[in-house]
Write a new protein. Structure first.
Length: 195
């Protein structure tokens, strides 16, 4: 089984870090601008936008239960691939389907937030599958730092887009691209060989 010093020598550890970073970035981007986006894109009233924040928080919690249960059946890599695919699609559709439709915006955001929660619920099992039980706390801890780094940059993505460009759309498309990159990394990062 892997100790942290040995895991740090494998590129897969950094790939898992990137996967968790990108998944967290997507969720935090929505969470940080939830109310203004609900009003700007979905046309929600102030009261409805506030209710939207509660709704996506519940979806986050559901995702933390749903996706790990699914990973037990189909594997963590497959779950992350599915989550990145769904998030990429959701971010691509937001600038078209969601304009003036709060229901569509809410549904697409719920998909993203479910995957955000699912990333937190699934990443520890993926790390365990890749590196085993020995030293899992330290190895998982090194991957978990990705969410701290994402929290510095993700909230800025959509806010700066709206401030500088007058629209969330460029950042939504860019985030969709990041989700595609996350899917590619997920496909490439197979468990390392232990020697």
């Amino acid at each position: 089984m892997w100790a942290l010093r040995d895991a740090l020598k494998t590129w897969q550890l950094y790939a898992l870090w990137a996967v968790f970073f990108l998944n967290t970035t997507a969720g935090l981007a929505i969470l940080s601008e939830a109310q203004p986006m609900a009003a700007s894109i979905g046309g929600a009233s102030t009261a409805l936008a506030a209710a939207f924040v509660v709704t996506i928080s519940v979806t986050d919690a559901v995702g933390r239960l749903l996706w790990p249960a699914l990973s037990d059946k189909i594997g963590g890599r497959t779950v992350f691939l599915a989550m990145f695919s769904l998030q990429a699609l959701a971010f691509l559709l937001m600038p078209t389907l969601s304009v003036g439709s709060f229901v569509a915006f809410c549904a697409l955001s719920m998909v993203v937030m479910s995957c955000y929660g699912g990333g937190y619920g699934t990443i520890s099992a993926v790390v365990g599958t890749y590196y085993g039980a020995r030293g899992l706390g330290a190895v998982y801890g090194s991957v978990f730092t990705a969410c701290a780094v994402a929290s510095f940059g993700a909230p800025v993505i959509l806010a700066r887009s709206a401030d500088v460009l007058g629209s969330y759309y460029p950042a939504l498309y860019a985030t969709a691209g990041l989700m595609v990159a996350g899917g590619v990394i997920t496909l490439a990062a197979k468990p390392p060989d232990f020697s």
